[in-house]
Design a protein around this ligand. Structure first.
Ligand code: EPU
Length: 436
């Protein structure tokens, strides 16, 4: 049996209207949960999205010995004790790439960490070499056996300076957290600059850390003692990917859509691109208002580290480009497996030609028709939801629990409230050719 969404599309009509509220950012919350390892006392985390990835991260901490309490909706308290397992439970860690960020704080606090090669979305190779390099530069010994890593820092971690050959969000966060408890100063050059990193540093600094430059390409951390959560509470920033996805949905299918509880300043690139595609977007401090134009124009997009166009919005944006009048190109520069979903869009009626694994040519405007879809990963999963809303007829999206539910809280209720005809159902996964 598969958890599915059954969506009846509007066939291109602009029928959606109302307000949709954005939840806390998955990729900020997951790191804040990991950061609780740096604290000597209880930490309170608020606005945590109720999605399977955050629940799994809490399960991992609990399994390793932490005390986690869900006090009310979205608010959790976490206490990581002095005696805590240093092995990331393989059964849980293997299923979530973000578990890797726990390695930095655990190694820095307990002098040892072991973990399996983490899983997560199948979107490319996703190596761990930068983690291994960083651990070694900070004085740890890394042993790799089959698919498991054992890292030991007898005598503790020491600060180091490193230049990341690729800008990686999780590498930056892992070593920023490791640096908080290391001896001396750690400097990360060519660091990723995503807002989730600055948000984490801001909270840790309030609790006693000495991090400067987070959100820029050079982050410096002066090591010190365990942090304290007394008198502070972490509140997760709004999810910019969710907000951007609703913006794209609105640009395709809304008479008028209000997206609330978001931060438009985190979405400058997508807003700029959508405006050049002819979309009218009004921005306020924490709200965006979008209306679908009568005609969408083609645009070329190239994914880039923040503040460039986010790879996590590439799939929804490609759906939009299938509805633009003319030829657009999509250049995915971060993950080589992140255009695989285009085959399914073509099967819905889109005209997409793969030029190489990183580049696609999209010719619009195409009439999309509903069909059975297999959600390949979290972000492409939501792109299929958007495509299904735009298409004519019924679509069935399989694998919702292992993809879309990982990152979007209660998305069907929020979409239904703005006029989407969407139902969750349990269905047999037939092996029809359409599903391949
Ligand atoms: N990389 C290396 N070596 C490493 C690690 C990464 O070369 O040791 C390279 C990768 O090959 C890639 C780049 O660095 O070119 C970034 O890859 P990585 O797997 O490190 O990405 P990430 O930082 O873990 C985060 C988000 C992703 C988001 C990317 C890009 C989290 C948990 N994940 O990934 O989110 O796509 O940044 O913004 O924060 C998602 O939420 O669906 C998702 C995949």
């Amino acid at each position: 049996m598969s958890n599915t969404f059954v969506i009846k599309g509007f066939g291109g009509e602009h029928n959606l209207r109302g307000t949709v509220r954005v939840t806390g950012a998955k990729n900020a919350a997951l790191k804040a949960i990991a950061a609780t390892v740096l604290f000597r006392d209880v930490v309170t985390l608020a606005n945590i999205p109720e999605i399977s990835d955050t629940l799994r991260m809490f399960d991992l901490l609990k399994d390793m010995g932490a005390d986690v309490v869900n006090t009310k909706n979205g608010i959790y308290t976490v206490l990581v004790p002095h005696s805590f397992a240093t092995e990331l439970t393989p059964g849980i860690a293997k299923r979530m790439r973000a578990s890797i960020v726990l390695t930095g704080p655990i190694l820095a606090r307990y002098g040892k960490v072991s973990f399996p090669h983490p899983g997560g979305c199948v979107i490319g190779a996703r190596p761990l070499d930068l983690f291994v390099d960083g651990f070694e530069k900070m004085g740890a010994r890394v042993t790799i056996k089959d698919d498991s890593y054992v890292v030991e820092a007898k005598g503790g971690l020491r600060g180091a300076e490193f230049f990341l050959k690729n800008q990686s969000v999780t590498v930056t966060e892992t070593f920023m957290m490791a640096g908080v408890l290391a001896k001396g100063t750690t400097t990360i050059k060519n660091a990723a600059m995503e807002p989730e990193i600055a948000d984490l540093a801001h909270f840790l600094n309030k609790c006693g850390a000495k991090i400067s430059g987070a959100g820029t390409s050079t982050v410096t951390i002066k090591g010190g003692k365990l942090l304290t959560g007394k008198g502070h509470r972490y509140k997760t920033i709004p999810d910019r990917i969710e907000a951007g996805s609703f913006l794209i949905l609105g640009a395709l299918a809304a008479r008028e859509l209000h997206i609330t509880n978001c931060d438009p300043l985190h979405l400058e690139s997508p807003i700029e691109i959508l405006r050049s595609a002819g979309v009218t977007i009004e921005t306020k401090k924490t709200e965006m208002i979008v209306r679908a134009p009568s005609r969408l124009l083609p645009v070329d997009i190239k994914t880039h580290e923040y503040p460039g166009f986010p790879t996590d919005l590439q799939a929804p944006m490609t759906v939009l480009l299938t509805q633009a009048d003319g030829e657009s190109t999509v250049f995915e520069t971060i993950f080589e497996g992140r255009l695989n979903y285009t085959e399914a869009l073509s099967a819905m009626g889109a005209s997409i030609t793969m030029m190489d694994p990183h580049r696609a040519l999209v010719r619009g405007k195409s009439k999309l028709h509903g069909r059975k879809l297999m959600s390949p990963d979290l972000r492409a999963g939501l792109a299929f939801v958007i495509a299904a809303i735009v298409a004519k007829g019924e679509s069935v999206i399989h694998n919702v629990d292992t993809t879309i539910d990982r990152g979007y809280e209660d998305v069907e209720h929020r979409l239904r409230a703005i006029g989407v005809d969407i139902e969750r159902a349990q269905m047999m996964l037939e092996e029809s050719p359409e599903n391949k």
